[in-house]
Design a protein around this ligand. Structure first.
Ligand code: FMN
Length: 185
């Protein structure tokens, strides 16, 4: 799939069909996370692929979002920040959040390429998730991704913010771009 299409067509899906995704496709999507940039090349992420129905139900409850329980797989992104914090002290935690976002975006684009669907779940009771998946206390749960096939394609595309609302030139808030002088050659 063309990169631009994957970027522009990705959208959150909260209703899945009963068709079970091939776990090998999901593994390929997870594998894409390894290629994202990491400060000092310390890979801070750990990823859990959940297919146990009871656990999926518990994760849905821990997120208080029951649509998650329709998914046949959930991918859980976690961070072990110890090596990055060792190397970069306080900044290390910030780097880890950024690294998680970067790796997750690779994953989301591969999900799109495979014709699969998901929704980024950032709202959950972390302790409940940790208990259910035996995640150590020093590890952070970044986000959950229930995976499935979209039940119905949306009729309309979600509006996205205009570029001129988020882009400045040279200084924060400056919206004017200077014309570049043509060189006389
Ligand atoms: C950090 C983060 C946390 C999110 N948490 C949730 C969530 O807990 N539940 C949910 O239904 N959607 C969640 N979303 C999905 C957003 O609601 C969604 O991305 C947004 O509405 C834009 O829609 P789109 O993904 O279709 O472009 C989250 C997204 C992000 C980036």
């Amino acid at each position: 799939m063309e990169l631009n299409k994957a970027i522009q067509n990705r959208h959150s899906v909260r209703k899945f069909s009963s068709k079970k995704p091939d776990w090998k496709d999901i593994l390929e999507c997870i594998d894409s996370a390894r290629y994202s940039p990491m400060a000092g090349n310390n890979f801070s992420l750990k990823i859990i692929l959940v297919d146990d129905k009871e656990k999926i139900q518990k994760l849905a409850e821990a997120s208080q979002q029951l649509f998650i329980s329709q998914a046949q797989y959930i991918v859980v992104f976690c961070t072990d920040s110890s090596r990055t914090v060792n190397a970069y002290e306080k900044r290390g935690e910030k780097f880890c959040r950024q690294q998680a976002g970067s790796a997750i975006q690779n994953f989301l684009l591969k999900i799109q390429e495979h014709g699969l669907s998901t929704c980024w779940i950032g709202y959950f009771v972390e302790d409940q998730i940790k208990r259910e998946l035996k995640i150590p206390t020093n590890v952070t749960v970044e986000a959950l991704f229930p995976i499935g096939y979209e039940l119905k394609k949306p009729l309309t595309k979600k509006m996205k913010i205009d570029l001129d609302r988020i882009l400045y030139f040279n200084e924060y808030k400056n919206k004017k771009i200077k014309k570049i002088k043509k060189l006389d050659v």
